[in-house]
Design a protein around this ligand. Structure first.
Ligand SMILES: Cc1ncc(COP(=O)(O)O)c(C=O)c1O
Length: 383
């Protein structure tokens, strides 16, 4: 079955009671059991542990990523929190990509650090640096590729090889490309993390998270943490995400097509000093982008001549593009990572990894590309 057929049909069957083509929102707390001896005969006991609407989404994501099973969470951060709680104990060490979503960095360095878990922020674009950073007590490698916001790539197969050699699970945050363009489990990773808030939802309607595990054992361990910590996705969010996923490939193709055109426009603009998009020949890891993914995605960053002052003026004055956190939705968004998504990353660390004060991040949506370019053109003429 092709991806577009799978994204529509996998995980869902017409409701056995009514024939409803859409999986109902099972808005219930509890499930009546047939007898003490047949407890859990229908698979559900309490909606903190599992819910049929959430389960339908989990089954769909398992099929799309090619995993063994999936657990869905209330947010992407709840998923990453569960990942850390599942694999890390006091005294353990973990490796995370040095360029990573600011919330993941904050969780690692301000919360898990308090419980005696040590993190190394490593340039995971270099598999030998990952290998060199492994210690006797390293229990997890989490990479994000393309990374938020600089789009630095990690060679998933190369890092997975290091992880396998050392016997450490490798989790990949696949939020930016989704399984439509990139399937980390097929490249050797053990777990695949998602903020479903982004492209899976696609409509700026929900927050949610998921981890697709390559083995049932890993999924069971994550599900244990889900139940113990009470961080399940709600059935309404699962239902909305189930509808969003059905158009994932169509949205991603169109958004990426728009992004390519916008990146080329920016590259040619005299007021733009630097533009970064994996689909540009000038992107330093363009060959890796082509070889490990089947599309370049819809995220771009650029810097305007004149630095932060003009970058801010552009973000404040631009029309059509909404100044907002989030990405992957059909509305085009413009974000200033230093004051928004990565505000909790210390200045020195931000500078070290290339998140400059003037960096402007674009999440390209589904509007007509001519309108998006015209809005950028007008804003660039003002600043
Ligand atoms: C790559 C990446 N992973 C995880 C998250 C966290 O997801 P959520 O906002 O759903 O908690 C984000 C949020 O922006 C993200 O960009």
């Amino acid at each position: 079955m092709g991806f577009s057929t799978k994204q529509i049909h996998e995980g869902v069957t017409p409701d056995p009671l009514t024939g409803s083509i859409l999986t109902p929102i099972y808005q219930t707390t509890t499930y009546v059991q047939d007898s003490v001896d047949e407890y859990l005969a229908k698979g559900y006991s309490y909606s903190r542990s599992a819910n049929p609407t959430v389960r339908a989404l989990e089954n769909k994501l398992t099929a799309l990523e090619g995993g063994a099973d999936t657990t869905c969470f209330g947010t992407g951060m709840a998923a990453i929190n569960a990942l850390f709680l599942t694999f890390l104990n006091t005294g353990d060490h973990a490796i995370i990509s040095d360029v990573i979503y600011g919330g993941t960095y904050r969780l690692a360095t301000t919360i898990f650090n308090r419980f005696g878990v040590e993190f190394s922020c490593v340039d995971t674009s270099d598999a030998s640096a990952v290998s060199a950073a492994v210690k006797d007590n390293t229990k997890l490698i989490l990479t994000e590729t393309p990374a938020n916001p600089t789009l630095k790539l990690t060679d998933i197969a190369a890092v997975s090889e290091v992880a396998k050699e050392k016997g450490i699970p490798h989790a990949v945050d696949n939020t930016f490309l989704t399984p439509y363009y990139q399937r980390p489990l097929e490249l050797g990773a053990d777990l695949c993390v998602h903020s479903t808030t982004k492209y899976f939802d696609g409509h700026n309607a929900t927050v949610g998270g998921a981890i697709v595990a390559g083995t049932q054992e890993h999924d069971d361990a994550l599900r244990y943490v889900l139940n113990a910590t009470g961080t399940i996705m709600s059935p309404q969010v699962a239902w909305l995400t189930l509808q969003g996923v059905k158009t994932l490939s169509v949205r991603m193709d169109r958004q990426s097509e728009n992004a390519q055109a916008i990146a080329e426009y920016l590259e040619a603009h005299p007021r733009v000093e630097r533009v970064c998009y994996p689909g540009l020949e000038s992107f330093p890891q363009h060959e890796l982008a082509k070889s490990q993914a089947s599309g370049f995605g819809a995220m771009i960053w650029f810097e305007v001549e004149g630095g932060v002052k003009f970058g801010k003026a552009l973000m404040d004055s631009i029309e059509l593009w909404s100044l907002a956190e989030n990405l992957g939705s059909l509305e085009s968004l413009i974000t200033h990572p230093v004051t928004m998504t990565h505000a909790d990353v210390e200045e020195a660390e931000r500078k070290r990894i290339g998140i400059t004060d003037g960096l402007v991040r674009l999440s390209v949506g589904l509007e007509d590309v001519e309108d998006l370019v015209a809005a950028l053109d007008k804003a660039l003429a003002i600043v």
